[in-house]
Design a protein around this ligand. Structure first.
Ligand SMILES: [Zn+2]
Length: 332
């Protein structure tokens, strides 16, 4: 008997690989566009039906551009916490990449303060807490990267737990050497480090993430499976992978779930968690990701619990919150 999605909704878990830019709600965008007198790129029911990458990037410009006030950014933060509540997720590390938000990219502090206001309001209403991973885009320069890290480490906003890097590695080429200094500075200043690798790059991208960027966690990382010594390294050093099955299938990294390496990585001792990446755009949620994988690989509740436990340990939540989440998981 496969585990029911509703049962997995109650599973105490965290989400550690999810982007605010991937959490847009079609109703909210429809309302904002209407208020601004701006046309929708497509009808609301097909808003996220992208034809190609250019189409997707144009959409991102349009959608992020509508969030031009602090109140709207706070609303997006609040709606994200509501999403966690619906999924039965107890905490999330949320990735945001300031370069996508044109009104804000020169003012990352104002962006983070607006997000923080939304998360505080959500917590006051009993919704789950959220930490931020501030992300570099792969095409940025080494100087832009160190400037951002200096801003974050001088400021030390309590909402910001980590430095991240995302963007297409296949298009940007090898970027580990370029960002090594920025990531070393972030690590020395006490920020955690999370790196997209092993999706649009192969195992060499995962190696660079570990050896050049000091990654505490890897976003995707699934193509590490192509190099057995690397799988051993991930397992031995207990470096967690934030795996996003539906995202990988949608982008064609694997043709079908039964070919996806998530369960082989888990069985090899690599700490893996399940995540949504871009749930609004992909039309998925976290319980569905657990249900899909559980069904494909015949997971029982003990395995689901083990993966949820990894998600809690791999998160950048503080120790008190982690202990509390682990207690709730034990009672599931
Ligand atoms: Zn991602």
């Amino acid at each position: 008997m496969p585990i029911a999605t509703d049962r997995l909704r109650t599973l105490p878990k965290t989400e550690v690989h999810v982007h605010l830019e991937g959490c847009f709600d079609a109703d909210t965008l429809d309302r904002w566009a209407h208020e601004a007198g701006v046309p929708m790129p497509r009808p609301k029911d097909r808003l996220f039906a992208f034809q190609e990458l250019t189409d997707f990037l144009q959409f991102l410009d349009w959608a992020c551009g509508l969030a031009h006030t602090s109140d709207r950014i706070a609303q997006l933060a609040y709606e994200f916490a509501q999403r966690l509540g619906r999924d039965g997720t107890l905490y999330a590390d949320l990735i945001i990449n300031p370069t996508h938000w044109h009104e804000w990219k020169t003012r990352p502090k104002a962006l983070i303060e607006a997000l923080d206001a939304g998360f505080k309001a959500a917590e006051a209403d009993g919704l789950p807490p959220v930490g931020l991973c501030i992300s570099l885009l792969r095409t940025q320069s080494a100087t832009e990267a160190t400037d951002l890290v200096e801003l974050l480490t001088d400021w030390r906003h309590p909402r910001v737990g980590a430095l991240s890097v995302d963007g297409n590695e296949a298009a940007a080429g090898r970027t580990g050497p370029k960002f090594a200094d920025a990531f070393a500075r972030a690590g020395r200043a006490g920020l955690k480090r999370t790196v997209h690798a092993g999706e649009s790059s192969g195992p060499e991208g995962v190696r660079d993430a570990i050896e050049l960027l000091g990654a505490d966690r890897i976003d995707h990382g699934v193509r590490a499976i192509e190099e057995p010594a690397l799988v051993d390294l991930l397992a031995r050093r207990a470096i967690p992978l934030g795996v996003c099955p539906t995202s990988n299938l949608t982008l064609g990294v694997y043709p079908s779930l039964d070919r996806h390496p998530v369960d082989r990585l888990r069985k090899a001792g690599v700490p893996i968690s399940l995540n949504t990446d871009d749930p609004g755009l992909l039309g998925t949620d976290l319980p569905s990701e657990y249900a899909l994988v559980a069904q494909a690989f015949d997971w029982d509740e003990a395995v689901a619990r083990e993966v949820a436990r990894t998600s809690i340990i791999a998160s950048f939540a503080n120790d008190d919150l982690k202990s509390d989440m682990l207690r709730r998981l034990a009672a599931w």
